[in-house]
Structures are given as structure tokens and as C-alpha cells.
Design a protein. Sequence first.
Length: 115
Amino acid sequence: MMFLVVGPMEELLFRGIVQNRLRERFPAIPAIAIASAIFAAVHVVALAGSPTGMLVTVFILFFPATVFGTVYEFTGNLVAPALLHALHNSVIVGLIFLAPEEAQTMIALLALAGP
């Protein structure tokens, strides 16, 4: 389900709408950076843990978002970043299932064991 829905829908929103609107006012690099920052910040609502852990996660999410935005900028269509995003999400979920102990360690590190 994640492969078919979440990544492509997020790309439709963040690249198709947000980045396009920003491109009306800004050059490519600032538009991609702002759209990526918004993408990463929106994901904070899905996170639990300490504020520091959430901030680290936002920074981690910013990188793939800039890749998706750059791919969109160079291709001019949503298919490439949507497929890339879907692949990224699928790999993350796959790693969680294939290496659950390591995933729990990563989650604990990101949350920095905070309340």
C-alpha cells in the first residue's frame, strides 16, 4: 500500500503543489529547499520522542526530500520522484521487517530515549 499510495500522494502535494508554487516566486534551489523543509517539518506530527530526536529525524527527512525535489526539477514530471519516493519508503519498511532489532535501536537513538 505504501508503495502505491503514500509516496506518490506526498509527491503530488509537496512537489506538484508546494514546490510549483514556490517556483513561481523563487529560483529552483530555494524552492526545493523550502519545499523540502516543509515536507520534513510536516512529518513531525507522526513522531514521538524527545524534541532533539524529532529534530534529528526532520534533518534526516530533509535529505531525501531534496533529492525528490531535484529529480522533479530536472524531469519536469511527478512520475520519477513519486516512484523514487515509493521505493525509498518501501526500502525503509523492508529494513524494519528484515532487521527489527536494528530498527528498534535506530528508533531509540532518534528518540534519544526521551519521554
